[in-house]
Write a protein that binds this ligand. Structure first.
Ligand code: AMP
Length: 427
């Protein structure tokens, strides 16, 4: 049997391939990153790339060893059978903060805006919109804890959505307060859940001691049913004065900028280093339970990774495949991949070298293809049509003698004979 791609991964194909789906279109992925690039670089974000594998320790500290991502979904990288302690990155934030710290990026003008894109890896159960290798667009701004920075980060995510033409995405905004607020909330949750310990999933029983807030994030149906019946007070009720003021400022600013959002008091982030602003972006097309993206402030992350002093930061990630699903759901079209301006062919072997030379000489101007062997007239036209070329050009012995090319425009039907030296003018 021939070798197949791993479960939960996708080949991103050229448009027109058999079984092509826009969700896994190579040029669609490129279109998303190019759109994000334009939005983010206009705001001053710098492009950065980090390795796709990292020390397991980075992910453990950066994502949290009580999360499903670390406990169940890690792809371990081994080398010559030697388990190198590396894993495939499941997200980008921890890597970007590591890179910021490791490379002295605080020397650049602060706060520093970074953006990246690339594959992420989580060994999740495969289903639509949930893959083992997926792609994220990632934006982080490091070095400021101002509410204005939070609002801008959210606005930039929204601007990317707008630039893609999506109309039905919704921002759900919340705040998870400061460390002391969360301690109070965790104490409250412990009080509420402890009497129901036996009804919790084994994972959530464990979370009850480690980090009760993560119970609220649980995907286990037993937990979700239990929580639905408990009438639990939301985290927002537990915000201290400073966190509440920060949250109000973020909302005021977003209102002023006309960025639509709904308050979601139930948003939680189970990790200790998260602070204050947290949000998710939802879209009907990808289902109620799956987000298009999410973001949050992580002022404690740098210290979790070993920094002496706190480094404030906030960022977000958008899932590329899910954006493509949402765009299909809204009936948006994707830019067509570029088509050849000209397809050139020779009728006889004698003219083959000239067609190749002409084609190569025109490529600084446009996409030009040529046939690698002589073709019959009918074949030349069918090959040009299959490639969706604008012009088809051919050379037989007459054209070779007069140093011309016979051309036909496949869009308009126009026919011309032009000097080989003048081909560039036609294109
Ligand atoms: P997270 O880092 O979990 O907040 O995820 C950010 C975004 O990445 C999500 O909102 C999804 O759009 C996308 N995402 C996360 N996990 C997957 C996955 N397994 N397959 C596809 N997209 C994913």
């Amino acid at each position: 049997m021939s070798v197949k791609r791993p479960k939960g991964t996708q080949d991103f194909l050229p448009a027109g391939s058999p079984g092509f789906s826009p969700e896994f279109g190579a040029s669609n992925l490129n279109f998303l990153t190019a759109t994000a690039q334009q939005v983010l670089e206009r705001a001053g974000a710098k492009l950065i790339f980090t390795p796709v594998f990292e020390e397991a320790e980075l992910v453990k500290r950066g994502v949290g060893d009580s999360t499903d991502i670390v406990r169940k979904e890690q792809f371990t990288v081994s080398h010559h059978g030697d388990h190198g302690g590396y894993i495939l990155r499941p997200e980008g934030t921890a890597s970007l903060m590591r890179a910021y710290m490791e490379n002295g990026l605080k020397q650049l003008p602060l706060p520093l805006k970074l953006w990246t894109h690339g594959p992420m890896f989580r060994a999740e159960r495969h289903q639509k919109g949930r893959y083992r290798q997926f792609h994220q667009l990632d934006y982080e701004i490091i070095g400021s804890d101002a509410a204005l920075v939070d609002a801008e980060a959210i606005a930039l995510m929204w601007n990317v959505i707008e630039a893609l033409g999506l109309k039905h995405a919704r921002i759900k905004l919340g705040s998870i307060g400061d460390a002391a607020d969360r301690e109070r909330y965790n104490a409250y949750l412990r009080e509420r859940f402890t009497p129901l310990y036996d009804q919790l999933s084994p994972d959530s029983q464990d979370r009850l001691t480690r980090n009760p807030m993560r119970i609220l994030d649980s995907k286990a149906p037993v937990d979700q049913e239990l929580i639905a019946d408990m009438n639990i007070q939301p985290m927002l009720d537990f915000l201290g004065e400073e966190a509440a003021a920060h949250f109000a400022e973020v909302q005021r600013t977003l209102h002023a900028w006309g960025i639509p959002f709904d308050i979601d008091p139930t948003i939680v982030r189970g990790l200790d280093y998260y602070r204050r602003t947290a949000w998710e972006l939802h879209h009907e097309g990808v289902g109620a339970k799956s987000a298009l993206g999410g973001g949050g402030r992580y002022d404690g992350l740098a210290q979790a990774l070993g920094a002496k002093d706190p480094i404030p930061g906030i960022g977000w990630a958008l899932g590329v495949e899910r954006l493509l699903i949402a765009m299909q759901d809204e009936g948006l079209t994707f830019p067509a991949p570029p088509r050849p301006a000209l397809f050139l062919a020779a009728l006889d072997a004698d003219q083959l070298a000239v067609t190749a030379e002409l084609a190569l000489g025109l490529r600084h101007l446009a996409q030009v293809e040529f046939a690698y062997r002589p073709l019959k007239m009918k074949q030349i036209f069918s090959e040009a049509e299959r490639r969706n070329a604008v012009w088809v050009g051919f050379l037989g012995s007459d054209e070779a003698a007069s140093q011309t090319v016979s051309l036909k425009n496949l869009d308009t039907g126009e026919q011309r004979v032009v000097a080989q030296a003048a081909l560039a003018d036609v294109l």
